[in-house]
Design a protein around this ligand. Sequence first.
Ligand code: GAF
Length: 397
Amino acid sequence: MDTLYPNMTGWKTIAEKFRAKFDANPRVYRAPGRVNLIGEHTDYNDGFVLPAAIGFYCWVAAGPRRDDKLVVYSDEFRDQVEVGLSTGALRPSRTWSDYSVGVAAQLEKGGFKLSGMNLLIHGEVPIGAGLSSSASIEVATALALTQESGLSIGRTQLAGICQQAENEFVGMRCGIMDQFISMHGRANRALMLDCRSLQFEFVPIPESVRLVICNTGVKHKLAGGEYNRRREECEEAVRSLAKALPGIHAVRDVSREQLEVHSELLSEVAYKRALHVVNENERVLNGMEALQTGDLQRFGQYMSESHLSLRDLFEVSCPELDLMVELANRQSGLYGARMTGGGFGGATINLVDAQCAAPFAESVSKAYRDKTGIACTTHVCMPADGASLVEPAEIAR
Ligand code: GAF
């Protein structure tokens, strides 16, 4: 599927489904998934990331209720949950609904008064592909809940509320990257975010290239434990280094020289994790500069280095991701390839010359299937806009 042009049929479909289910006309919101070009596992270390939103969305149709209930229907799971608002009693159920009910719970915890509402959710971001299907649900739900309740909350604050919902309600201790880019993404631009200050800057992706996503078809289990364990290992590194460097709060605060000088304070694992983060932060900043000066070769080189570091130091890759990168490296037109997202499966991101993008996707996909027997889905993309209320007029354009 070519996702250069976002899928505009979603609005009609979801509005019709909402009408059939709740017998009322909804307003429709949508929030995109993302790819991360570089800066992996740096967000929860107060570091730098460079993601872009992509033209796959979670769609949320919303309409008012007369009571104080939140009713959420999932189109994929064909399941409905009903919870009472303003009771302070919203609890996780360990099911699909935690992503949206969690956002409601977090908003209430923040003192925001929500109106009773019906929501119908339809997600089209592939689940488990490392393309942020969870964040797209949270962000679309957050926009729907707040706008339909007449609340005006800034996008950055709302992204933080979504992240907390995932940390506290779902139990995945993710950083801010995915929710932030889903809120703030912009067409044809990547976004460089300082995850400590939350200052951000857009960088154009040239027309001459495409972002090619290759999905390994292997699903990761981020919530499971490996992701949270990586985060703990980084925290352990900071605690150990703080004995010699009392001012530090995150791996972000440590230079490569300091890491080397004090490496004896760290376990081998903590040292490897910290070294990845220190180098990856530097790659993001250098990569940003390379993109700004149009040096795609150099940017691609950082992408390759990032993959090797995620494989060898952070240890979040897997044989299928490594194979996909290896196959990409054999194709013409490639600037750089790496795994994207949390890892343990999911997809790779490839920066490819626009003319070569379609044959690239086809060759990698075929070679991957031949080697593994697993079907590989590919998407040729350019960055998309962030979350919004979608008006019918916009669809008709
Ligand atoms: C997942 C998390 F949700 C992000 O916060 C980020 O840590 C990413 O993995 C790794 O860079 O997508």
